[in-house]
Design a protein around this ligand. Structure first.
Ligand SMILES: C[S@@+](CC[C@H](N)C(=O)[O-])C[C@H]1O[C@@H](n2cnc3c(N)ncnc32)[C@H](O)[C@@H]1O
Length: 276
């Protein structure tokens, strides 16, 4: 398996081969290691071969395994949702530092739920909070709903179908909110074809395409910000590399007060927050 993965240009081929074998066999890593040189049952070998073939075609590991960890929590993922990224944990860090009181009944909105990783993590971190999530893709919404149930926060999460490109999209959301988070699509349309194969061929275009300059969603969110966010509340968004100054400027022009950006683990400015 590792040989085939290496030949397909995959880094960490041995590690991924082991994960695929764990998935195919239903055993833990420890059980696999303990079985060492035992013959692999035919059914397991066939399942492992099929999983390897998918990975060789550069399907993301998270879609093959059906799960990805985010902020230490397990999120179900399907090809309908963006695979949650470690960089997006910076949104959670920023939110927790801006609203440090964990036991308050904050009202939180997430624009573009995907797997629900942002909103549902925040509902776990703020056990008295209630959240609303908006998502244009019905298939993604179903994944977020399943995750809300799996993480035990469905009773505090109202997940809605909706599209911020449609007129009147704010109506019925129930704002204003103490905290509005979003990791909207932010790749420039012309750059989509240059993304790595895992992203370009498998992840949903609706989750990636940010329009000609990558900033289309931020313009809409900025314009809605003063209505969506309570006085004293915050809007917290993730942006692409190099986009944070322009997003801050959009927020300022909309009458919000942008704060100094947060960097991700790679030292790249990743998140900007603005007060209302
Ligand atoms: C970059 S993904 C982020 C998903 C998730 N919040 C995360 O951080 O992994 C953006 C999400 O916004 C949704 N989306 C894109 N355009 C939208 C729109 N106009 N209205 C509502 N949701 C939209 C996409 O379907 C996708 O699930």
């Amino acid at each position: 398996m590792a040989v085939a993965l290496t030949a397909a240009g995959i880094d960490n081929a041995r590690f991924e081969a082991r994960l695929l074998l764990v998935h195919a066999s239903g055993l833990t890593i420890e059980q696999l290691v303990a079985r060492g040189t035992d013959a692999v049952p035919v059914a397991v070998a066939e399942a492992a071969r099929a999983l390897t073939a998918r990975r060789v075609r550069r399907e993301p590991m998270a879609y093959i395994l059906g799960e990805r960890e985010f902020w230490g929590l397990p999120f179900k993922v399907t090809p309908a949702v963006l695979v949650p990224r470690p960089d997006s944990e910076t949104v959670i860090e920023a939110a927790l530092s801006l609203l440090p009181e964990r036991e308050r009944a904050w009202r939180i909105l997430d624009l573009g739920l995907g797997s629900g990783c942002l909103l549902l993590t925040l509902l776990r971190e703020y056990p008295m909070a209630h959240g609303v999530g908006l998502e244009a893709s019905p298939a993604a919404l179903a994944v977020a709903q399943a995750n809300a149930e799996g993480l035990g926060v469905a009773g505090r999460a109202a997940l809605r179908a909706g599209d911020w490109r449609e007129p009147g999209w704010l109506d019925g959301l129930g704002g204003p909110f103490d905290l509005v988070v979003s990791n909207p699509p932010y790749i420039e349309t012309a750059a989509l074809d240059r993304l790595m194969p895992e992203v370009q061929a498998f992840e949903p275009r609706l989750a990636l395409d940010g329009g000609s300059d990558g900033l289309a969603a931020y313009r809409t969110i900025a314009a809605a910000g003063p209505k969506l966010v309570t006085s004293g509340g915050f809007l917290v968004v993730e942006g692409g590399e190099g986009q944070i100054p322009e997003i801050s400027a959009l927020f300022s022009r909309a009458g919000l007060r942008p704060l100094a950006p947060w960097k991700d683990l790679g030292g790249i400015e990743r998140v900007v927050a603005a007060g209302n």
